[in-house]
Design a binder for this molecule. Structure first.
Ligand code: ARG
Length: 230
């Protein structure tokens, strides 16, 4: 430690969310975080030649941790938005996402976002879904939760009429849930995820280069297949 020889490997702290399947979640057995984002940032670190130390927290903590410079890198299915770009730097996009609505399987009333007026619609606070609902569905009854799992549970128990959240998370949850929920309507608002950095971080270029390399050499595809392949 403290020995700054040329071949010492740099170690960077990576902030991630604590529960956003299948991008990052705790493996109860190993006590380690796993998921698409975790594999991706490890592959990028290998390629770029640095080490990472992963710390999981609430999603808002990842965003504020970038703004304050507390962590070197953030990866948490974070959508690249113009607003966030004012205070955070992003890598090139690494995943195409969007928003989607889930309802209970026996719900015949809500078939798309056109049916949300007067309905209780849940999502996670501080996310693009919250902003989308506020901007496009002011007549819906928006309920925000500190974690999305609570929203899904309230939907299943009938306290909510719908949940809106990121397509891959909704689809993963609906597929793995003992099938109480279904998705309805189209993908709303295409979004792209980016790796986040404190403003003007020198790491952005290295990470972009490593990302490009692992996309070209098939490593990205292997990780994608592992988490999203059928
Ligand atoms: N993509 C959405 C956003 O950036 C939601 C991200 C939620 N990510 C998470 N790890 N919980 O606002």
């Amino acid at each position: 430690a403290g020995c700054n020889t040329g071949d010492a490997t740099e170690k960077y702290t990576v902030a991630t969310d604590n529960n956003f399947v299948p991008f990052e979640f705790l493996n109860e057995e190993t006590g380690e975080m796993e998921g698409f984002d975790i594999d991706l940032i490890k592959a990028i670190a290998d390629e770029a030649g640095f080490e990472v130390e992963i710390e999981s927290m609430k999603f808002d903590g990842v965003v504020s941790g970038m703004q304050s410079g507390r962590y070197d890198i953030g990866i948490a299915g974070m959508t690249i938005t113009e607003e966030r770009k004012e205070t955070i730097d992003f890598s090139d996009p690494y995943y195409d996402a969007g928003l989607m609505i889930a309802v209970n399987k026996d719900n015949e009333e809500i078939k798309s976002e056109d049916d949300l007026a007067g309905k209780k619609v849940g999502t996670r606070s501080g996310t693009t879904s919250e902003e989308y609902i506020k901007a496009n569905h002011p007549d819906a009854d928006l309920v925000t939760f500190p974690g999305i799992v609570e929203a899904y549970m309230d939907l299943e128990s009938g306290r909510l009429d719908a949940v809106m959240y990121d397509v891959p998370n909704v689809q993963y949850y609906v597929a793995n849930d003992s099938a109480k929920l279904k998705t309805v309507g189209d993908i709303l608002q295409g979004e792209q995820y980016g790796i986040a950095f404190p403003k003007d971080s020198e790491l952005v270029e290295d990470v972009n280069q490593a990302l490009e390399t692992i996309i070209e050499n098939g490593t990205y595809d292997d990780i994608y297949e592992k988490w999203f392949g059928e």
